[in-house]
Structures are given as structure tokens and as C-alpha cells.
Design a protein around this ligand. Structure first.
Ligand code: UDP
Length: 318
């Protein structure tokens, strides 16, 4: 089976491409390389450099495909607040064009990268898929809009669709051609920033006065390899005419200070850090209820925080 991976030159998409190829799938990548890196795409994938916003590119990329893993999107929360139109265009309009092309070519299966940002500030944790969705930024709103789009397409046209709501994706995958490192510019994610901290440029800890045991925010980290294994299961389990929404996390949380301690152990040195103001839009605690993923996808993450930090470190060294 050939799968189209949109955004296949990004950190998560490129990991999907490598694992799919290693499992014997055929893969086409569609990426405009605006934030991705072509050199991350595993040899063996067909690469179409093009945009979700150009229907001709999408149609070319879909040739011979039976299913789509849709990672291609803009994903910076801060940027989405300052330039929302980019998010409505790429994330929502781009997906609309993708679905239109899939409909015309009778390609009826999609697994979509949704996000915990669709929930906004949670009223309770762990968060289940039934909980209220009230995004606090245009990034989350645009992903939620696509979730609604997929529900309507599944009802109207029999699409088999699964939205996977990621919590905090971390770690790295070592493919046959080497480590697939997380490499964003600017880097906003905690674990790469922790590993990059120096005495001259210490990690900024965004708030130490949260209502948590050690005063720092708690997040639910999931290894990118576990995450992709859930996607492959979702491709196998998606049902025509049904759109399912499923959380992907570990079901447990770590504070920023706990992540710093795990990283210090992994790299064998102190991590220099300083407390700063809270980052606007950050909730105190985000933890996924993953019982639906366990039930529907028959999936359970197997790589803990130590492995995530160790793999992120090895991939950065390489
Ligand atoms: N964080 C931090 N310093 C950083 C980056 C992140 O203290 O340089 C904190 C952030 O406030 C949040 C957690 O680490 O509580 C995870 O942030 P990240 O940006 O990795 O993911 P998010 O939770 O925003 O999706």
C-alpha cells in the first residue's frame, strides 16, 4: 500500500516516512520545505516538493496512494496569534484542498495530526476526547476546524478518518540512514532547549509559581516512535464513514524541573536554567487520558521520559 505523507520533511512526518518504509509500505511525501528539511526524507520515498495550497501538486502527490497521513501544517502557537491568516489558510484551506483532491481520486482514508491545543485550558485532567474543546489560540482553532471538516466528510462521503490529538511529542528515531533530529528554527520545545542550555544561554523556565508540586508546568510527553506506531495502527483501524478522535500521550505527566533533572542525568552535567515569567497561553497541567488509544488502536507507549531525553541527546550529538 502506498501512503501519502504530507509534511514528510518535518520532524514527525520524516519519522513516519522512515518507519513506514522500514515496515514495507510505499511512501510519497508532499512538502514545500518551508519549515521542513528535504534531507530528512528517507531515500526510498517519492518526494514531491509542493504545496497543499496548490491543488495540482496535491493531485500529483496522491497518484497511486490508498491513504494519507496528514502532518503538513503550520504549528507555532505564538506565530498563530500574530499572523492567524497563515493558519487558516495552510491548516484549514490546505486540508480542504487535500480532501477535495482525495474525493476526486476516490482515496478514502486519512489519519490527521490534531493536537491537545484543541482543548485549550482544561477543566480537569487527565483529558478525555469527550471533554470540552475551547482552543486559546488560532493554531488550536485551525486544527479543531479540520477535526470538524473530517467528521462532515466521513458522514457525507464515507471517508475513513482518524484525528490523533498529540500531547507533547519528544525524543528521536534512529532510521537506517541516521537520527531524525528535531530541528526547528526558532526552537520553542522544552527538551531540545534543555539540551541546548549553556551557562551563557541558560534554559528559561517559564514560571515557577504554578499550582503544581514544584511550581513548574506539567506536560505529558510521548516518544515520536511510539506516536508513529499509533499512526500505523490508525491506518489499519480506520473505518469507512466514521471519524474517530483519539488522544496520544503517555497518560502521565512530568514537570519542567523533572525534565531538567532527567536531562542532566542523560548528559552527565548540570543544566543551567533561570526562572522567567510565565509564557502567555500556557496551561498549568496537560495530561492525556489514553484509554481510547489503548482500546481502539490497541496501542500503548513503551518509551519513557528517560528514553526520550537520551534519544533527543544522541540525535543532537549526531
Ligand atoms: N518550557 C520552558 N522553557 C522553554 C520551553 C518550554 O519552561 O524554553 C515549558 C513550557 O512553559 C511548557 C513545557 O515547557 O510548560 C512544554 O513546552 P513546549 O513548548 O515544549 O510544548 P507545549 O506544551 O507548549 O506544547
Amino acid at each position: 500500500m502506498r501512503i501519502l505523507v504530507t509534511g514528510g520533511a518535518g520532524y514527525i512526518g520524516a519519522t513516519a516516512v522512515a518507519i513506514l518504509l522500514e515496515k514495507g509500505f510505499e511512501v510519497t511525501v508532499l512538502d514545500d520545505c518551508s519549515t521542513g528539511h528535504a534531507e530528512l526524507v528517507a531515500p526510498g520515498a517519492k518526494f514531491v516538493k509542493g504545496s497543499l495550497l496548490e491543488k495540482a501538486d496535491v493531485v500529483t502527490a496522491l497518484e497511486g496512494c490508498e491513504a494519507v497521513m496528514h502532518f503538513g501544517a503550520k504549528s507555532l502557537v505564538g506565530e498563530s496569534v500574530l499572523k492567524p491568516e497563515i493558519y487558516w489558510n495552510t491548516n484549514v484551506n490546505g486540508t480542504r484542498i487535500l480532501l477535495e483532491a482525495m474525493r476526486e481520486l476516490s482515496i478514502k482514508k486519512i489519519v490527521f495530526s490534531s493536537t491537545a491545543a484543541t482543548y485549550g485550558e482544561p477543566k480537569r485532567t487527565p483529558i478525555t476526547e469527550e471533554d470540552e474543546t475551547k482552543p486559546t489560540n488560532p493554531y488550536g482553532s485551525s486544527k479543531l476546524a479540520v477535526d470538524y471538516m473530517l467528521t462532515s466528510e466521513s458522514i457525507a462521503y464515507g471517508l475513513a478518518a482518524i484525528s490523533l490529538r498529540y500531547f507533547n511529542v519528544a525524543g528521536a528515531y534512529k532510521s537506517k540512514s541516521g537520527w531524525l533530529t528535531e530541528n526547528h528554527n526558532p526552537e520553542t520545545h522544552l527538551i531540545p532547549n534543555v539540551l541546548g542550555a549553556t551557562t551563557e544561554n541558560p534554559l528559561k523556565v517559564f514560571g515557577t509559581d504554578w499550582q503544581t508540586a514544584d511550581g513548574t508546568c506539567i506536560r505529558d510527553y510521548v516518544h515520536v516512535t511510539d506516536l508513529i506506531e499509533a499512526h500505523i495502527s490508525a491506518i489499519e483501524k480506520a473505518i469507512p464513514g466514521k471519524h474517530s478522535i483519539i488522544n496520544l500521550g503517555s497518560g502521565g505527566g512530568y514537570s519542567v524541573k523533572e525534565v531538567i533533572a532527567a536531562a542532566a542525568k542523560a548528559v552527565g552535567r548540570e543544566i543551567p536554567f533561570m526562572a522567567t515569567d510565565r509564557r502567555p497561553g500556557d496551561p498549568a497541567v496537560l495530561i492525556a487520558d489514553i484509554s481510547k488509544a489503548e482500546k481502539v488502536l490497541n496501542w500503548k507507549p513503551t518509551r519513557n521520559l528517560e528514553v526520550m531525553v537520551q534519544d533527543a541527546f544522541e540525535s543532537q550529538k549526531a
